[in-house]
Design a protein around this ligand. Structure first.
Ligand SMILES: [Fe+2]
Ligand SMILES: [Fe+2]
Length: 152
């Protein structure tokens, strides 16, 4: 069974954004479960849900980083764009309806998530911690996830 576990090492020390990241991990696990069961239409649906979910996350992360003057925002945005490209490529692999290929590509996506996105995010973790800034989310729109309901 394909599995991806969020760990404390991935924490950015900002609860709202950690919750976003945990949600992405949960959706990836749903993709893994669907692909393992050769349920390709569900795998596709979950991939689309992940794309929507991440788009909302990227927007709110970029707004927060801009608001507090994070100096490496441009590079950070490029990482988000690269993630969108990875998700597009992944959509093509799902279309092959080949379980081994899909799970392999999902492994690559997990690696990208951990080695690129989270490492980029850990950089802003220190930006906020060093300045003792606790970012404010009260005027941020809530993220609505099409893949998960409140019981997940
Ligand atoms: Fe990010
Ligand atoms: Fe992030």
């Amino acid at each position: 069974m394909w599995r991806f576990d969020w760990t404390e090492a991935m924490s950015v020390a900002i609860e709202e954004l950690d919750e976003d990241h945990k949600r992405s991990v949960r959706i990836m696990n749903l993709i893994g479960a669907a692909a393992s069961a050769a349920d390709f239409s569900n795998a596709e649906k979950m991939r689309d849900a992940l794309a929507i979910d991440l788009a909302q996350h990227f927007r709110r992360e970029e707004r927060i980083l801009a608001r507090y003057g994070y100096p490496r925002l441009k590079t950070h945005i490029l990482g988000h764009r690269a993630a969108n490209d990875e998700l597009q490529k992944f959509a093509q692999v799902i279309k092959t309806r080949n379980v081994i290929a899909i799970l392999g590509a999902l492994d690559d996506l997990r690696l990208f998530f951990v080695e690129r996105l989270i490492i980029d995010d850990i950089d802003y973790k220190w930006f906020f911690l060093d300045r003792r800034i606790v970012p404010e989310f009260s005027d941020e729109p809530a993220v609505e996830s099409p893949a998960l309901d409140s019981r997940d």
